[in-house]
Design a protein around this ligand. Structure first.
Ligand code: S3P
Length: 170
């Protein structure tokens, strides 16, 4: 079992799919944002506020190096900008959760905890800028992905089953 690295835009459902896969397979799951928060004992939002995005990206690089060296048989969910680390493809099979920007936004806004979901993501505070970021990143996500899962209007269970099936066939 190789690692699976889940990439995709903020709010697309990487965490939810990772938990579902982990509950229905032998994969354990870790999340790069959780690791950074735990390493730093501060929330991502605080890290951005106190030290800026550049510093956060350096932390992502540290995490990526550690994952490549030390983690096996694991489903790794990542922050939306983690895909930029140089060694991404060396960590494991890259799986993109893909969906149009408007559907992602709808998913977040319809969540019972929508306010918190928006508040904790500094790069979603300006939706016009977030859309620009989405347009910039989407081709880059697609170029890196070994597997693409269109999650639009699909249940988490459905996405998780599709992921496991596609990984098996690789
Ligand atoms: C980011 C996405 C966030 C988090 C940070 C930056 C990004 O993770 O890593 O706020 O650059 O897209 P999620 O994708 O889990 O929201």
């Amino acid at each position: 079992m190789k690692n699976i690295v889940l990439i995709g835009f903020m709010g697309v459902g990487k965490g939810s799919v990772a938990r579902e896969v982990s509950q229905n397979s032998d994969y354990m799951t870790v999340d790069t944002d959780d690791m950074i928060e735990s390493m730093q004992n501060r929330k991502i939002k605080k890290i951005f506020e106190e030290d800026g995005e550049k510093y956060f990206r350096e932390l992502e690089k540290q995490v990526a190096i550690w994952l490549q060296k030390s983690v096996k048989n694991t489903l790794i969910s990542t922050g939306g900008g983690f895909y930029k680390v140089k060694n991404l493809k060396k960590i494991g099979i890259v799986v993109l959760l893909d969906s149009p920007f408007d559907s992602i936004l709808k998913r977040i806004q319809e969540h019972p905890n929508a306010e918190n979901k928006l508040k904790k993501r500094p790069l979603l505070s300006d939706l016009k800028k977030a859309k620009e970021l989405y347009d910039l990143r989407r081709p880059e996500y697609l170029a890196l992905a070994d597997i693409v899962i269109d999650v639009t209007d699909k249940s988490v269970t459905n996405c998780s089953q599709e992921l496991l099936k596609k990984v098996k066939n690789i």
